[in-house]
Design a protein around this ligand. Structure first.
Ligand code: FCB
Length: 470
């Protein structure tokens, strides 16, 4: 294993950490902000574990300067955050100056601290008012998104250089509109496919707009996986893995990079009349050139095409949540157990999957732009020790092993330019509420006190060895 402390990271390699508006800001109804779909969804009984809501979260809206100072102490080169559409344009109506001012102050604080702002326009929190007009299943939402992007660029475009349109559109289309486990909690396969296409379109429209306005770097973040057949000698499992690869990876990569949906994906979703959603020119819009691809990767997916037999040992049952897209069938998707340890999410710890994925992308897509790992991290049931610290040895090991895998991928030719750990702070983990802690900094949800965990100190030590400059 490459020691991430000793490895000669490429000049300018960016070490950062990531968060998302709905997961940390709180102030869900303050200074003009109105409901996002996550505010509304969290009020549905049983939707979020423990009845938790994003109302207060980790109160970042009020503690932002203190949080930026924390990032500075850790030596972060970049901070990946998202802007909230429902704060910037509540109800998708006129621009909310106070909402934009918050992000403007955040950007100023970051720049003063020497931290590169890495802005994501959409990390799953659609204004509820837009959902009530059909949400992402409505094609018009793509145009609304472009207008929202313009409002954010008007306010921040003089200082923000790195723009990401979407975070993990797979989750905000298929899991939100068909899986039903994320907001808006719909279980409508056709609406989910419409959401997928309309988010692609929105990405293309916003990319064009930002490009015209001279944004320096524009990209998108996808969550990509290695679809591993449960039994590689079984044609049924092989086909299930192919289907998962088609709908989770290639249905996102190929419109963006090759201006086409994969043929096998089109075939798999033919029963939902997907192609009737496509209009002439859409694919050219979607394939607008990008400057980087963000890759989020936590674990591989081990897939079987067979219903799991009754009495299947725990290692082979599907994780309780999130399950999967209905196009594969949750009973056919097994979260991987190859005798490896798992995190508190029941996600397998397999750093070699990270290496494989990063290397494979460059080999499969010759026109691939530079890659950034925009999320990777782990949830564990942390405890505060008697000395007041959080000795999260498992997260330290996870972080080191995954950085090592990134280094190996670079040595094998992958053009990876940066790594953002998920997450800076413990936060609102969507349908899991506050039950899962991903932070390298612990948050006490009663007092809002921040305690850097051992993993934060470890990360700071690794970052400290990187030559300055981005
Ligand atoms: C990703 C999300 C991020 C966080 C991590 C654990 O899918 O983008 O917000 O929830 O998973």
């Amino acid at each position: 294993m490459i020691d991430p402390n000793e490895y000669r990271w490429p000049e300018g390699f960016l070490f950062g950490s990531a968060t998302a508006a709905a997961q940390i800001e709180g102030a869900a109804h303050e200074d003009g902000k109105e409901d996002s779909i996550w505010d509304a969804y969290a009020r549905v009984p049983g939707a979020v574990a423990g009845g938790d809501t994003p109302e207060v979260a980790v109160d970042h809206y009020h503690r932002m300067p203190e949080d930026v100072r924390l990032m500075q102490r850790l030596g972060l080169g970049s901070y990946r955050f998202s802007t909230s559409w429902a704060r910037v344009k509540p109800g998708d109506r006129e621009v909310n100056r106070k909402g934009l001012d918050f992000y403007s102050r955040l950007v100023d604080e970051l720049l003063d601290a020497g931290i590169l702002p890495w802005l994501t326009l959409y990390h799953w929190d659609l204004p509820q008012a837009v959902e009530e007009r059909g949400g992402w299943a409505n094609r018009d939402t793509a145009a609304r998104f472009r207008d929202y992007a313009a409002a954010v660029h008007d306010a921040l475009g003089d200082r923000v250089t790195h723009w990401t349109t979407f975070n993990e559109p797979l989750c905000s289309s298929l899991i939100g509109y068909a899986g039903g486990e994320h907001a808006p909690g719909r279980r409508e396969p056709r609406a989910a496919l419409a959401a997928l296409h309309h988010q692609h379109l929105a990405h293309g429209l916003a990319t064009d707009l930002l490009r015209e306005r001279g944004a320096e770097r524009i990209g998108i973040t996808l969550n990509l996986t290695n679809a591993v057949p449960n039994d590689p000698s079984d044609p049924v499992d092989l086909d299930a893995a192919r289907r998962l690869d088609a709908i989770w990876n290639r249905a996102f990569l190929e419109p963006l990079l090759l201006a086409a949906y994969p043929d096998d994906f089109l075939e798999d979703v033919r029963e939902h009349d997907f192609e009737s959603l496509l209009r002439p020119g859409d694919l050219d819009t979607i394939a607008a050139p990008i400057d980087f691809l963000g890759v989020n990767h936590y674990h591989d997916d081990n897939v079987s095409g067979h219903p799991l037999p009754p009495g299947t040992p725990p290692g082979l049952r599907p994780a309780p949540r999130p399950t999967s897209s209905p196009f594969v069938g949750s009973e056919h998707l097994t979260f991987p157990r190859r005798g490896l340890p798992v995190t508190a999410m029941d996600w397998e710890v397999n750093p070699d999957g990270m290496r494989t994925l990063l290397v494979r992308l460059g080999r499969e897509y010759p026109n691939l732009p530079p890659l950034y790992v925009t999320e990777n991290g782990s949830a564990y049931d942390d405890v505060v020790a008697e000395d007041g610290a959080v000795h999260d040895a498992e997260r330290v090991a996870y972080l080191r092993a995954h950085l090592s895998a990134v280094a190996e991928a670079i040595d094998e030719g992958a053009d990876v330019r940066g790594y953002f750990v998920w997450s800076l702070l413990d936060n609102f983990e969507w349908a899991w509420g506050y039950a899962k802690r991903f932070g390298i900094v612990r948050v006490d949800y009663e007092t809002q006190e921040r305690i850097p965990k051992d993993s934060a100190l470890e990360y700071a030590g690794i970052i400290g060895r990187v030559p300055a400059g981005t």
